[in-house]
Design a protein around this ligand. Structure first.
Ligand code: 13P
Ligand code: ZN
Length: 272
């Protein structure tokens, strides 16, 4: 099977297109990665070129040894991924120690994986461990309303979680564990990866102050839906703050408890 005919490649391209249509990917902003299932690798194996060229990841991800990932390219525009996935994205394989990767498909004409590869892979590793292998997608975007909030709200997990939960009734059901916040850091590389993965041990979404958002999920739809929900809630909050600066009435801690009971999700006490 041609790599571009595989369902996971089509779903990856569709997600890039949808994220771009929402305006979350100016220029080369944002990046996406997918941990490919073994059976999916088997179907495309004949098209993959195993290579002797191994590059340092910059962090160690031993629990991802031997795994394959479809990843967007560094400096590549989400707008172009679906038209030409082989130039704007590629498939990498992780070595047996989890310290290096090699390109086995795509990244044509000198392209290389996203500069946020260390954060993506560390998040994949922690989610693989914490979800028994269920989670396969890590997504980074630059949604404007969420970014705007990082200039006016205290950069605290509790504040962001409560403020977003209170803007839309279904938020605590969609991200019951809450939202993590990482202070402003230099993007790309090890330091921001280490800070993000600490948050991702607890949350499925982590805010990067004055930069964007990381989301994790089991498939493309769930991960995109999570990004969309957080950004929609942020948009509502920006409107509330623009209109009045404060809420006249809101969703209360008792309401969150009732939501938890009704939808069967655990609402952490620390956010109530
Ligand atoms: P890349 O083009 O290297 O993926 O970087 C985009 C980005 O959003 C960095 O945080
Ligand atoms: Zn970014």
């Amino acid at each position: 099977m041609k790599v571009t005919d595989a369902e996971f490649v089509k779903a990856f391209c569709k997600m890039c297109k949808n994220g771009n249509a929402f305006g979350w990917h100016e220029r080369n902003g944002g990046n996406l990665s997918y941990r490919i299932r073994e059976d999916e690798v088997e179907h495309i194996k004949a098209q993959l070129h195993e290579s002797d060229v191994w590059k340092e990841i910059g962090v160690s991800v031993p629990r991802l040894a031997g795994e394959y990932f479809l990843v967007t390219g560094s400096g590549k525009f989400f707008a172009n991924v679906s038209d030409n996935p082989e130039e704007n994205a590629g498939i990498i394989k992780i070595d047996e120690k989890g310290e290096k990767y090699s390109v086995v498909w795509g990244f044509l004409n000198g392209a290389r994986p996203t500069s946020e590869l260390p954060t993506h892979l560390m998040n994949h590793e922690v989610k693989k461990i914490y979800t028994d292998g269920r989670y396969r997608v890590i997504y980074h975007a630059h949604p404007a309303n969420l970014i705007a909030l990082t200039f006016v709200l205290p950069l605290e997990d509790k504040v962001f979680t409560r403020e977003l939960w209170e803007t839309m009734t279904e938020c605590p059901v969609i991200f019951p564990k809450g939202v993590g916040v990482v202070k402003w850091m230099v993007p790309g590389g090890r330091e921001i990866a280490l800070a993000t993965v600490e948050k991702m041990k607890e949350y499925d979404v982590t805010v990067w102050a004055h930069h964007g958002l990381f989301a994790a999920g089991e498939d493309f739809d769930m991960t995109f839906g999570l990004m969309h929900t957080v950004e929609k809630a942020s948009e509502v909050l920006v409107k509330i703050m623009s209109m009045t600066g404060k809420r006249r009435q809101s969703i209360t801690s008792d309401d969150f408890k009732s939501l938890g009971d009704a939808f069967g999700v655990v609402i952490p006490e620390k956010f109530l």
